[in-house]
Design a protein around this ligand. Structure first.
Ligand code: G3I
Length: 378
């Protein structure tokens, strides 16, 4: 089955070749455990890389100067995402005037450490600059398209996966009645994906949402949208599951939900994981999420929504893997063990694109040196 647009196929070809680059690169540094001599990796990123995945964290540029923050990021993670610095209010505070300072700082940091970068987020109802909120009709559409084009083309070739559209559905599966929906109608989401594809044809393009941690009305609606987009060649490559959870989360259909999206021919990524709580109950949920991802071949990476509890958006819930002093928590060991236990090597799940979307494969330096790959997938 291959109903992809030409742009999607280009993206897949490039990424399959990048997988080979990274495997070679990691093997050269001893990060990849060889068959028969496998040893447990002792950092999250290295453990995830063993099965071709990334393990990332949401990062704020203003904390990079704090030694505990930077050293933990650099030691443990092989991917980062801007917690706020690439959002619309940060990148286009005035119409047509772009500011990439925070995002550029994060991309430079990632590249200096050999990390990949997730982009978050091109279009969202929240954190819009004031000037966007007053726009109506076609003026809003043109502003959205111009924003996507400006940001995605600035970062083209440097972003592995973009959250193109964030949080466009309600719990009951209806479209969120944001200014985006009300002013542009149902077509705005696919318009956004087409604009992102035009600006950065090699990035993996994701729809991202919360409350989709199992089979429910909201994930059903997103599933139908992705199915429709795939059938019509709208360039969507990936679905992000934010997974803002608590220790009592019911994850009985979590893996099944990831798998059904993967079966549509898209990658799935855990994009904003955090789990309120502490001790073994928190560790247990982190472990369940990790095991679910590594059991799905197209689940190509996990991002936690911050490094330390100290700077979490929900700090009072202590939801992250490192405490306020950057000590590893029980949850850290649960994640590390689950990553090390992964036996599947991440790769294409639908048979039409071997190695497609191996996010750990993306290496900006290799990309810049090689240019877009054109090899045919066999
Ligand atoms: O930039 C100002 C700064 O100038 C000012 O000094 C400071 C004082 O409070 O506020 C700063 O802005 C805050 C910004 O975070 C940076 O700290 C905003 O008020 C605050 O609203 C913003 O919160 C972010 C939130 O998204 C906005 O909705 C959180 O950090 C961020 O973690 C959170 O992330 C979202 C994802 O993007 C989407 N999914 C849900 C997730 C959690 O809400």
């Amino acid at each position: 089955m291959n109903s992809s647009s030409p742009a999607q196929r280009t993206r897949r070809r490039a990424r399959a070749v990048l997988a080979a680059f990274t495997t070679a690169g990691l093997a050269a540094t001893g990060v990849v455990a060889l068959a028969g001599t496998a040893q447990a990796a002792d950092t999250l990123g290295a453990a995830a890389a063993e099965s071709g995945r990334y393990y990332g964290a949401a990062v704020a540029p203003n904390f990079l100067g704090e030694s505990g923050y930077a050293s933990t990021l650099n030691r443990e993670f092989n991917s980062l995402v801007a917690e706020n610095a690439m959002k619309w209010d940060a990148t286009e505070p005035n119409q047509g005037q772009f500011n990439f300072s925070g995002g550029d700082q994060l991309v430079r940091h990632a590249q200096s450490q050999g990390m990949e970068v997730r982009g978050h987020t091109l279009v969202w109802h929240a954190q819009q600059p004031g000037w966007v909120q007053g726009l109506t009709g076609n003026n809003l559409r043109q502003a959205m398209l111009n924003h996507i084009s400006g940001v995605a083309s600035h970062y083209a070739g440097q972003i592995d996966s973009w959250d193109v559209v964030n949080e466009a559905f309600e719990w009951d599966g209806s479209r969120r009645q944001s200014n985006l929906q009300q002013q542009m109608g149902d077509g705005w989401i696919e318009d956004a994906f087409r604009a992102a594809d035009a600006a950065d044809p090699n990035a993996t393009l994701c729809y991202n949402d919360y409350g989709t941690d199992g089979i429910n009305a909201k994930s059903d609606a997103i599933y139908r949208m992705v199915q429709d987009f795939r059938s019509r060649g709208v360039p969507i490559d990936c679905v992000g599951f934010q997974s803002h959870l608590d220790s009592n989360a019911n994850l009985s259909s979590y893996q099944q939900n990831l798998q059904r999206f993967a079966d549509l021919g898209v990658d799935v990524q855990i994009t904003e994981l955090d789990v309120g709580g502490s001790g073994s109950s928190q560790a247990n949920v982190y472990g369940q999420v990790t095991r679910a991802c590594v059991a799905v071949s197209r689940c190509n990476g996990i991002t936690v929504w911050g490094i330390t509890d100290k700077y979490s958006w929900r700090a009072s819930s202590t939801p992250l893997l490192f405490d306020s002093n950057y000590n590893k928590k029980q949850a850290y060991q649960a994640v590390l063990d689950a990553l090390n236990a992964a036996t599947t090597t991440h790769g294409g799940g639908d048979g039409d694109a071997p190695g497609n979307g191996s996010a750990a494969a993306y290496h900006p330096a290799a990309w810049r040196e090689s240019g877009p790959a054109t090899e045919q997938i066999t």
